[in-house]
Design a protein around this ligand. Structure first.
Ligand SMILES: Cc1ncc(COP(=O)(O)O)c(C=O)c1O
Length: 397
């Protein structure tokens, strides 16, 4: 009898007790709006910003409504205007080109490598086509950030990092989100901290931080922020920066603060599970395990493998057979977007000529979520199931 996995790939862990307690306090006093504070009170949102800035070693932090909102705000705050072009990854999820489109700009897609990172040779070739790069560390894969920054610095290109999948990761000891001018994080349920929805924005640039704060809907209450620049910086931007409300509220902030304190422990737990799957998949004929560079400290909250140059029919068969045994594989090669997977050619509002190199890699990417509700043994079982189904289809082909 072949084994069947019965876990749920979308079930995250419960919210920790300390976060529930903090949320209840906010609910009991009723001051959910970030600027609704009692005399002398520091809001949960302002405290979250102060703590996250310190955790990331950033001068400024702004908490907002979502990761997508953080990215759109970053684009506006660094000066992207309607009609501009913005470099970004061909391999990413819809909120990334969506944030570019939301400011009236147009993405210029850069190829993806077999390591699932942005192709730095293609970036070097295209870097003259825009003034800003919205770099997505898609599915937690960090490229050679030293070389990327060198390419962008030499070309005068501002880097905004989409760290939706890399909160807690680092490259050569530098935390993800600290190489570029702005780092954007998501606190949505499937990310590394869970407030349902939510986003965080960090930068060391005072004027960008002030613009982002006004953009997020601070009115003239920005002095209640604890990780914001001095009031004189706001004086320079406050009358020329629109309010595009997207604030975080105190309930979400209360839920997030205890989770952020626990991030390192959670990262270690994700990586134990990631390695169990990776070890179980190694040396499967026809299957490529994605190599992780030595300089990268990753967070294994999802894992990808490649069935490179397989026929569409054979990949579909693997997905079908694994699905039948309880292992949900997301395939980036599917011609139409399914659930959270999507490809650059499905974003028809931002059409681009075909990218044959990326097409080849995307056609082979299979993706699995690794929620912390799975045990390490669950992860070994998932790998056994994939291994046996890949082997069956590979041998038949
Ligand atoms: C790669 C990537 N970037 C950004 C986001 C945006 O995050 P949010 O859902 O908080 O807007 C997501 C969300 O799924 C994502 O996967």
């Amino acid at each position: 009898m072949s084994e069947i996995f019965t876990g749920n790939f979308t079930q995250q862990e419960p919210i920790p007790d300390a976060a529930i307690e903090a949320a209840l306090q906010v609910l009991r006093h009723g001051r959910l709006h970030r600027y609704n504070t009692a005399e002398g009170e520091l809001s949960e949102t302002a405290l979250l910003e102060q703590e996250f800035a310190a955790q990331m070693g950033a001068k400024y932090c702004l908490a907002v409504a979502s990761g997508g909102y953080a990215m759109a705000t970053a684009l506006r705050a660094v000066g992207v205007e309607p009609g501009d072009t913005v470099l970004t990854n061909a391999f990413t999820l819809a909120p990334v080109p969506g944030s570019i489109a939301s400011v009236g700009a147009r993405p210029v897609y850069v190829d993806v490598t077999e390591g699932l990172t942005i192709d730095l040779d293609d970036l070097a070739a295209k870097v003259g086509q825009a003034r800003v790069l919205l770099l997505s560390h898609m599915r937690g894969h960090l490229c050679d950030m030293d070389r990327l920054m060198q390419i962008c610095d030499e070309a005068g290109v501002t880097v905004i990092e989409d760290c939706a999948h890399t909160m807690g990761a680092s490259w050569n000891g530098v935390l993800s989100g600290r190489h570029g001018t702005v780092g954007c994080y998501s606190c949505q349920t499937y990310k590394h901290v869970n407030s349902g929805e939510g986003g965080l924005f960090i930068t060391d640039d005072a004027e960008i931080a002030a613009r982002a704060t006004i953009l997020s809907g601070s009115y003239m209450l920005y002095e209640r922020h604890l990780a914001a620049p001095a009031p004189e910086v706001f004086e320079r931007v406050k009358f020329v920066t629109p309010n595009i409300s997207g604030r975080m509220d105190n309930l979400r902030a209360a839920i997030l603060r205890p989770q952020l304190r626990d991030l390192d422990r959670q990262v270690a737990r994700w990586n134990e599970r990631y390695r169990a799957i990776e070890d179980g998949l190694r040396d499967t004929p026809g299957l490529t395990v994605v190599a992780r560079p030595e300089q990268e400290t990753y967070v294994g909250s999802s894992i990808q493998f490649l069935l490179l140059d397989w026929s569409e029919e054979s990949v579909r068969e693997v997905v079908r057979r694994c699905g039948g045994r309880g292992v949900e594989l997301k395939w980036f090669g599917t011609p139409d977007p399914v659930a959270f997977t999507s490809r650059y050619d499905s974003w028809r509002y931002a059409q681009t000529p075909r990218l044959p190199k990326s097409d080849r890699v995307l056609a082979g990417i299979l993706d699995i979520r690794v929620p912390l509700t799975f045990s390490v043994e669950d992860c070994s079982q998932i790998a056994r199931i994939i291994r046996s189904e890949v082997a069956t289809v590979f041998q038949a082909g």
